[in-house]
Design a protein. Structure first.
Lengths: 465, 873
């Protein structure tokens, strides 16, 4: 980032737009290298465990409580599960026929870990994961913001192997701990002073100075040819210094001031509505202040007691996981559908909030520059196929919304695996053809500006998206 | 280069059937031993210096004579009309191109000519008068491909290469381990490295530095130093003691009494080969596979206890699964000490112990992994049991992330499995492991403070004076890190940093650790330096004694030199012939020398490719055995100073039980590798037919003659074939005519195209000779009910009949080439750089000396180390 032309063009830009320097996104911008386009591109992935309701056509509940829409790409009809998204119809896309190939015969309980990675983590034995979609983007966009990403979940931490409580995994496939307390998240974003970070930085700075001096004196004793090799080391040290300088500037940059009076920072998952809305509001504020451009939010963990099971209290239902087991009981499909409907409602509320907020750069509204995903690694009971996925926004990134996109063949009416409530489902042979979800991830990365053609073992993007 | 070949090969779908190429069998085959002797007698390296001068690798000359004689007339006949003085299509005057591709200016034009001819784009199809017969086209393409390849080799080898390089990841890891006295892997986080054209990972130009690499070094340095050093008092250890005597009492208490059995009862039969507790004196027992155990706060670690008659009986492939609950600390070494013995001493049966760690946090959220680095054999009788111990770094293994929860769900427990890996699966008296007590303790320290700590923070009279002691600590540490004496000014630099840091930390040690971590990120630790010398001095161009010490240690230990080597360098005595000789002996006799065998062999033979084969599971014991064989073999040849010609063929093999079964060598028991004599009927001997090599050169279902041929040329004969030309036609599997063909026909069809013929005819025959070995290297006489035909004809019309024929030919006619290849490969590895034309005279000289000394591998190591090349920059 020592490129002089970059420096120059950035200054030129600042003069040219005449936008007040107080805007947080501009502070960001002044610190990172000049991004290709000045409007931030954002990514959010929300994960919910336990899949969705998928009754058989012959079931009376089918017409109202089957998650997937009916009809074609444009003229699709939402069932009661997703009808709360009707007002956002032109801003959303619903997908079917996508899943990660390695997980199709692994128990749904084990699969939250691989939803954003596509890694072949299997069902038992040694465990290795790979980088998640959000982190692949954060590697690209992270330097423009104070926080490279915001990782949240209701349960917090990393969870266990095959029992993740975070959606985010770093380049080495190691889980990134998720935050679950609204107050901690707020403090991280808008309060923390980072004194400790400052001393650590200062320490690194003097260490690097010493190494540079030391290397120079070694360089003087080498042949010209070997000096060239040593120059590579020196460059690495200097570039590390540059990175530190950037981090230093973040420490020096004032934290955005946000009024917390109306935020319920002590909300807990058992106060489901309040908790949901506070968490979404924090993502909104993080995006608005350009504190980060990347966020993940996992609503609980696959199969397990814990805070997330209380989230269904929001609609007066107990034990969210239990809902999936009880679909065959009277009102079972409706109960599960009602909870899924509530999840969609909160996601929709968040999307609407972004839509109602003009982009600070004047480039459309915030939703147009954000791709927000909502989904799960299972559809029907413990079945890791045909992931139920919704995306919202991203118009300015190249996403054409208002569509129901069916992929794969043989399952146009989403009946494969429908109506099951036993483990025979996930153990069965997949009879229909689905496409790798990672192809959608490639498309997303490309639209976010990451030059890549592969992700999670898939090559090439997804057509029609 | 390899990857492009592979792409081509995949297109061919090669490998399902043996290639049938008619040939006459040799009349009275010479034994291989006789071939070895006869071949040696032919060596030109043994016939004096004059002939040696005509080295095969000397700077090549352009083949202009051949051009004038055979190529030019064809060009004149078919090309000149349009590309000559009368018409000059495409601004090409074929008559004016300089036929010297090695030094002439027209290489790029010739490359175009090569392209259009090999693709049959020229002469144009609508000019029948100038049509080019396949044979004539082949001649031109042949000549051009040869010359173009030579030209590119010249370019590559004319470059000057330097040995100034950073340490490879594995060298860095060993350097850190040796320096800090930590035995477990420390450098896993470094970005992966790639191998050079000749397979070596230590090639200077490939060892790049990046911000990420550098930041990772800094991170690893600090983390490792924090692990090597300690602060404060010895932390209390969590200790579990499992006495089988107590377990038996507990298990038989109360209602469980009914489960107790006696060895003289009929029902014992159903328990005998399951895990159970047994009182060897009274003959009473009870089924038992482990369970919950709790730490004992009062326990003293390592306390000797009397041997108990009550043992856990662990038959082959069973395990004891201990639930340790949630009490193991996050960091530190867990020592697992097991007192065990064998139930019988039958030499054909072996048993060893392996540790597995697991957790099951909720439904379907679980993991388990092997945590012991290697299985430890149980060799003692249960009448006089042995102590087996494992040291496991708890911070490096996968742990149960919920262990600190205040609530009980998700489950917090962590499990330790002790597994018996054994071949004893038959017979009523089959071998079982018997264990009478187990002790698990963490964090475990042999002593306090640990040795790794006192190595850095040693006792000193000046200990109370932070400035004086700090200088002392730095002086000693920097000297080890930089492998040379340190000047006071250099120590000053680091003391300034220390003064800067000191107020930020509670203790001297904590601040100093941060400073030392900086030294571990310095160029002089991470790089193998060579300081410039002045032109006039007698040592001009030579590396210094300190640099020699480093080069020796990196070559033979994959690490930095120890104090002894640095001391000799400091005294200026390391180059004294006797001392150098003794030091090389010392280095080779040290256990660290096994790193040399492993790293060199893996890179030389390209064994890493086993990671990308699809037909052998990563945890298959055969895979582990396969990978070990060539290393064990090399080690044997090195230790015994045997002839490197043994790599081509030997009357012994290095095998363990698993591999011996694969090779159908009888009577080999146990997991350890050992030398066994073999007969010709085993169809083994030497490295060429090792299962690993056959496996990496197969296509996932069957042998792959082309890959095997390329491997032979590259790795054994040091005569790599050129990469396929960019215009090479792919095998068109959408063509219905081609689809109808058998694989063999496809190969021949492909090979007969002029663009392909010249290379394939040089490669394929080498690989076809291996057809008796399947995709996993098992010997076979039939493929799909058809007898294998492994007979082929080399480009020089030499017939190779199967592996015997191939070996015979190599031993009779190619010993010099192979000997030189060995010298070349070892020297490139030792120097950490590709060799160039400038090195070739020295390599010839060394090869001659090497051959005169009877081709001994250990001798070769000495020759290399005492050579001018090794001691020069």
């Amino acid at each position: 980032m020592t490129d002089k032309t970059h420096e120059l063009s950035r200054r030129t830009f600042l003069r040219g737009t005449g936008i007040a320097l107080a805007l947080p996104w501009l502070e960001t911008f002044a610190i990172g290298a000049a991004p290709k386009d000045q409007t931030p591109r954002r990514f959010l992935s929300v994960y919910h465990p336990d899949g969705v309701g998928l009754p058989l056509k012959s079931d009376p509940a089918w017409s109202d409580w089957s998650w997937f829409p009916r009809g074609g790409e444009r003229d699709f009809v939402l069932t009661k599960v997703l009808d709360v998204l009707e007002p956002l119809r032109s801003d959303i896309t619903i997908y079917s026929g996508l899943s990660h190939p390695h997980a199709r015969n692994v128990h749904g309980h084990s699969n939250a870990d691989q939803y954003l990675t596509g890694a072949p983590i299997g069902g038992h034995g040694p465990y290795r994961n790979t980088i998640s979609l959000d982190q692949a983007y954060a590697e690209h966009a992270g330097e423009f913001t104070r926080h490279s990403s915001l990782v949240m979940s209701t349960n917090g931490g990393v969870g266990g192997p095959r029992g993740a409580q975070t959606q985010s995994f770093n380049r080495e496939g190691r889980p990134i701990p998720a935050m679950n307390k609204p107050r901690d998240i707020f403090n991280l974003l808008f309060v923390t002073t980072g004194k400790d970070a400052a001393t650590r930085l200062a320490r690194s700075k003097s260490a690097l100075d010493l190494l540079i001096e030391n290397t120079r004196s070694l360089g003087r004793q080498l042949s010209t040819r070997d000096q060239a090799t040593l120059a590579q080391y020196l460059d690495a040290v200097r570039d590390t210094e540059q990175k530190l300088a950037k981090a230093q500037r973040w420490i020096d940059t004032p934290i955005p001031q946000v009024d917390a009076t109306n935020l319920h920072l002590d909300a807990e998952p058992k106060e489901a509505r309040l908790y949901f809305q506070t968490m979404y509001e924090l993502i909104y504020l993080a995006f608005l202040s350009d504190s980060t451009r990347v966020a993940t939010f996992q609503l609980g963990r696959e199969n397990g007691e814990g805070p997330h099971d209380l989230l269904s209290l929001a609609v007066g239902l107990g034990a969210a996981h239990g809902l999936t087991h009880e679909v065959k009981k009277p009102g079972g499909w409706q109960n599960l559908g009602t909870y899924n409907r509530y999840q969609a409602e909160e996601f929709g509320r968040f999307a609407q909030r972004l839509k109602d907020t003009p982009e600070p750069t004047g480039h459309g509204n915030m939703l147009d520059n954000t791709l927000a995903m909502h989904g799960s690694a299972s559809s029907s009971f413990h079945l890791s196929r045909n992931y139920p996925i919704i995306s919202a926004g991203g118009k300015n990134l190249g996403f054409t919304n208002g569509r129901y996109l069916k992929f794969g063949t043989g399952n146009e009416d989403n009946q494969a695996g429908a109506g099951i409530d036993t483990d025979a489902g996930w153990q069965s042979k997949a009879e229909v053809e689905e496409l790798p979800l990672s192809k959608l991830f490639v498309t997303i990365l490309q639209r976010l500006g990451v030059e890549t053609d592969t992700f999670g073992g898939a090559t090439g993007s997804l057509s029609r998206v | 280069m390899t990857t492009r070949f592979v792409a081509l090969l995949l297109g061919l779908g090669l490998g399902a059937a043996g290639l049938l190429i008619a040939a006459d069998g040799p009349d009275a085959p010479l034994t291989l031993a006789a071939a070895k002797d006869q071949g040696r007698a032919k060596s030109r390296f043994l016939k004096g210096a004059k002939e040696v001068a005509a080295a095969p690798d000397g700077a090549p000359q352009a083949n202009v004579a051949h051009f004038r004689e055979s190529i030019q007339p064809i060009l004149q006949k078919s090309c000149l009309a349009c590309h000559g003085p009368d018409r000059t299509e495409g601004r090409l005057r074929i008559d004016q191109l300089n036929p010297d591709l090695l030094t002439g200016p027209d290489v790029e034009r010739w490359r175009e000519v090569y392209g259009v001819l090999s693709k049959s784009e020229m002469p144009p199809a609508d000019e029948p008068d100038y049509a080019l017969a396949d044979q004539a086209r082949g001649q031109i393409v042949d000549w051009l491909s040869g010359e173009l390849d030579t030209a590119s080799r010249i370019r590559r080898q004319s470059q000057q290469h330097t040995s100034f390089r950073r340490l490879t990841n594995y060298e860095y890891n060993h350097a850190l381990q040796d320096l800090l006295g930590l035995s477990y892997p420390l450098a896993n986080k470094l970005p992966p490295e790639t191998a050079s054209e000749d397979g070596f990972k230590n090639s200077a130009e490939l060892l790049q530095m990046s911000v990420m690499q550098f930041e990772t070094y800094r991170e690893i340095a600090l983390k490792s130093l924090k692990r090597a050093t300690v602060t404060g008092d010895r932390p209390p250890a969590v200790t579990y003691i499992i006495s089988m005597q107590e377990e038996l009492q507990r298990a038989s208490a109360g209602d469980n009494e009914a489960k107790v059995f006696r060895t003289n009862e009929e029902r014992y039969r159903q328990h005998k080969h399951q895990h159970h507790l047994l009182n060897r004196e009274t003959g009473t027992g009870i089924p038992y596979g482990g369970g919950k155990v709790m730490p004992r706060p009062e326990a003293v670690v390592g306390q000797p206890t009397p041997v108990s008659p009550v043992v856990l009986v662990l038959p082959a492939s069973t395990e004891l699964k201990l639930d340790l609950d949630r009490f193991l600390p996050d960091e530190g070494i867990m020592r697992v000490r097991i007192r065990a013995g064998r139930s019988s001493m039958n030499p054909h049966e072996y048993a060893s112990l392996r540790l597995v760690f697991s957790a099951h946090t909720s439904n379907d959220a679980n993991f388990s992994e092997v945590i012991s680095e290697r299985d430890i054999p149980v060799t003692a009788s249960i009448d006089d049991p042995q102590l087996i111990h494992f040291d496991i770094p708890l911070g490096d293994i996968t742990r149960n992330p919920f262990r600190h929860l205040a609530t009980t769900f998700p489950r917090r427990d962590e499990y330790l499995h002790i597994r018996n890996i054994s071949n004893a699966s038959r017979g009523d008296d089959r071998l079982q492991v018997q264990i009478d007590s187990i002790e698990i303790s963490a964090p475990f320290y042999e002593q306090w403070p640990p040795k790794s700590h006192t190595n850095i923070f040693f006792e000193s009279a000046q200990r109370q004076d932070e400035q004086a002691y700090g200088r002392e600590v730095l002086n000693r540490f920097l000297k080890r890190v930089w492998r040379r004496p340190v000047s006071p000014a250099e120590v000053d630099q680091f003391m300034t940093l220390f003064d800067d840091y000191r107020p930020q930390f509670a203790t001297f040690e904590e601040a100093m650790v941060e400073v030392l971590a900086t030294a571990l990120s310095s160029a002089e630790f991470l790089y193998l330096t060579q300081r410039a010398t002045t032109g006039e001095s007698p040592t001009a161009g030579k590396i210094s004694d300190f640099e020699l010490a480093s080069r020796l240690a990196v070559f033979l230990w994959s690490s930095i030199p120890d104090a002894k080597l640095v001391e000799l360098a400091e005294q200026g005595r390391l180059r004294e012939p006797d001392i150098l000789q003794a030091q090389v002996q010392r280095l080779l006799s040290d256990p660290r020398a096994s790193r040399f065998s492993r790293n060199f062999v893996e890179q030389w033979l390209g064994l890493e490719r086993i990671n990308s084969v699809s037909h052998l599971a990563a945890d298959d014991p055969l895979r582990a055995a396969m990978l070990e064989e060539p290393v064990a073999y090399f080690d044997e040849v090195l230790r015994q100073n045997l002839s490197v010609m043994d790599f081509l063929h030997s009357d012994y093999a290095m095998v363990n039980e698993r591999l011996a079964a694969h090779y159908r060598i009888p009577e080999v028991y146990g997991p350890q590798f050992r030398r066994v004599a073999i007969t010709p009927e085993t169809n083994r001997g030497g490295l060429l037919t090792s299962a690993a090599i056959m496996t990496i050169n197969s296509d996932g279902t069957d042998s792959h003659p082309l890959k095997r041929g390329v491997w032979m040329l590259k790795r054994i004969l040091d005569d790599p074939p050129p990469p396929p030309p960019p215009s090479v036609p792919q095998v068109d599997l959408t063509d219905p005519e081609i689809l109808k063909m058998t694989l063999k026909e496809r190969i021949i069809n492909h090979r007969n195209q002029p663009a392909c013929y010249s290379c394939h005819s040089r490669i394929d025959p080498w690989g076809i000779a291996f057809e008796n070995y399947d995709a996993l290297g098992a010997y076979r006489t039939h493929v799909k009910d058809q007898p294998v035909d492994a007979t082929s004809e080399l480009f020089n019309k030499q017939t190779l009949s199967g592996i015997d024929g191939l070996k015979r030919y190599l031993l009779l006619d190619r010993q010099d080439q192979f000997a030189r290849a060995m010298v070349h490969k070892l020297m490139a590895y030792a120097l950490g750089r590709p060799l160039s034309f400038g090195d070739s005279a020295e390599i010839d000289k060394l090869t001659a000396e090497f051959r005169q000394r009877n081709d001994g591998l250990r001798d070769l190591i000495f020759l290399i180390i005492t050579s001018d090349l090794f001691q020069s920059q």
